[in-house]
Design a binder for this molecule. Structure first.
Ligand code: SF4
Ligand code: SF4
Length: 483
């Protein structure tokens, strides 16, 4: 025997095998070479031998210890997000909202229900808790409802966070997730002065947006969004406002039009995002929903459309694919909560509700709105240790390492995927869930199959486009670098 096999997962397609190792390195092998490799019959001068060795799928007795150490270093790099505990802190500053979106995951309340606003005492304690995080990088994201409806508390809490940061000296950033129905010049000016980014929503053309995102105060939520996002971008710059898309059956077969609408409004990226089974999205499932297969077919068409735009010289990124590509083609973790092992819930992001309750993820809070407080970690009156070293976080970590989970532990995509414990619990009452009929798993598998199908084509132009997405540079700059 001239070589030793190192641990890897694999999947066989028509005429080739995809291999992925613990460090997330991947390689395609023709079936014949794969069979020879696993039987330890590959010769040292075989063209695949060196590739397998370079990517740490095989080693020899002399180099074994060094190679295992290198693999361990790469694995540590991919798991670095665990060390940066916890960087994203979301605050539900109010549940009141001036919209009535058909899929509202947050189960927002009407404008008069002021008892759903966070008060100053809770906001102050929330900031005190946030600043105890070991992470040197803190992003505070205001959510709702519509956060701007509780402006005084929101503003005061930003000023208080900046005050706390004079001592903490962390990298501090703010985001307000607003539907942009109403934003005043004073609020925009404040955002500019305090480097607050705006995140909003755009579901497509006027008819789609108005249908999905019904305003409680205006005839057209689309027109309010367009007018106000233009005002915001004039002051904060084009990147100061980024919209999110929610895919319902109203726009699932019109994603090319949705992408054109984003490009028309001057946005250079889109995040293709499926409906989640919470709040109104569950109540209105029959009129909004679609199957995983329908979603993945629409995703494939949309991705081809976006790649086509890039081939024509139009810079445009699909962010969900970019996340996967980044995990496949670079050694780094992406920090995306849903694609982490252990789950990023609580570790990468945490959410503080208007009433002071703390949850590991927005979905945990959404579940609480649906009557199940299972994921409540405690309140801002608890100590940091009680919240973040408590049973909820421990159970999540214990039940969300894909490397040990049934089905995931043998899956070739394990290093690129993650565990959605809250959704598992919602569907099966078990944090680990049941992969064989699980939509999260089915969707990720089908999407990763497609991404690897594209990667296996060795289409250089497409690979340059993908690198441009990962490195957030114009495609032309990547092309120049390659030449
Ligand atoms: S999705 Fe957002 S904007 Fe729409 S009703 Fe819910 S909280 Fe309001
Ligand atoms: S959830 Fe599914 S796709 Fe993801 S690692 Fe587990 S088995 Fe693989």
């Amino acid at each position: 025997m001239s070589y030793i096999l190192l641990p890897f997962q694999f999947k066989t397609f028509d005429n080739k095998s995809l291999l992925v190792n613990q460090a997330g390195e991947h390689l395609f092998l023709p079936l014949e070479a794969f069979n020879a490799f696993v039987k330890q019959e590959l010769q040292v001068d075989d063209r695949y031998y060196n590739k397998l060795k370079a990517k740490h799928f095989l080693t020899n007795e002399e180099e074994k210890e060094t190679v295992i150490e290198m693999l361990a270093t790469k694995l540590r790099t991919r798991k670095e997000f665990i060390m940066n505990f916890t960087s994203l802190h979301m605050i539900v500053i109010t549940l009141r909202c001036n919209c009535l979106c058909k899929y509202c995951h947050a189960s927002s309340v009407d404008l008069e229900s002021k008892n759903y606003d966070m008060d100053w005492e809770t906001a102050k304690k929330t900031m005190d808790t946030i600043f105890q995080t070991p992470s040197m990088d803190i992003k505070i994201e205001y959510q709702g409802g519509e956060p701007l409806l509780n402006w005084d508390i929101l503003k005061q809490s930003i000023l208080y966070a900046e005050f706390l940061n004079k001592i903490a000296k962390k990298k501090l950033g703010f985001v307000i997730c607003t539907n942009l129905m109403d934003i005043t010049d004073e609020q925009i000016k404040f955002c500019k002065k305090h480097n607050v980014e705006i995140s909003s929503s755009l579901d497509g053309t006027k008819d789609i947006h108005d249908c999905n995102r019904v305003s409680r105060i205006y005839d057209s939520s689309y027109e309010a969004f367009i007018n106000n996002s233009t005002r915001v971008r004039k002051v904060l710059g084009d990147d100061g406002c980024s919209p999110l898309l929610t895919i319902t059956n109203k726009n699932i077969n019109r994603l090319d039009e949705v992408i054109d609408e984003y490009a028309k409004q001057g946005y250079q990226s889109i995040f293709l995002r499926a409906l989640n089974p919470y709040g109104n999205a569950i109540k209105n499932k029959d009129s909004l929903g679609y199957s995983v297969e329908e979603y993945v077919n629409a995703y494939k068409d949309a991705l081809s459309y976006i790649i086509g735009l890039n081939r024509k010289g139009i810079c445009f990124t699909e962010c969900f694919t970019a996340l996967f590509l980044s995990r496949i083609l670079t050694p780094f973790s992406t920090g995306f909560v849903d694609l982490q092992s252990p789950s990023g819930a609580g570790i990468s992001g945490t959410i503080y509700n208007y009433d002071g309750k703390v949850y590991p993820a927005d979905e945990g809070r959404m579940l609480a709105r649906m009557g199940d407080d299972f994921f409540c970690m405690g309140t801002v009156n608890n100590t940091y240790d009680e919240l973040f070293n408590g049973k909820v976080i421990r159970d999540i970590v214990f039940n969300s390492c894909v490397e040990n989970m049934p089905v995931c532990s043998e899956c070739v995509y394990q290093q690129y995927c993650g565990a959605d414990v809250i959704r598992n619990y919602l569907e099966t009452k078990d944090l680990m869930g049941y992969r064989l009929n699980n939509d999260f798993c089915k969707k990720n598998k089908l999407i990763l199959d497609y991404i690897f199908e594209l990667l296996s084509k060795d289409d250089e132009q497409m690979l340059d486009i993908f690198w441009a997405w990962i490195t957030r540079r114009p495609y032309k700059a990547v092309q120049l670098e390659q030449n």
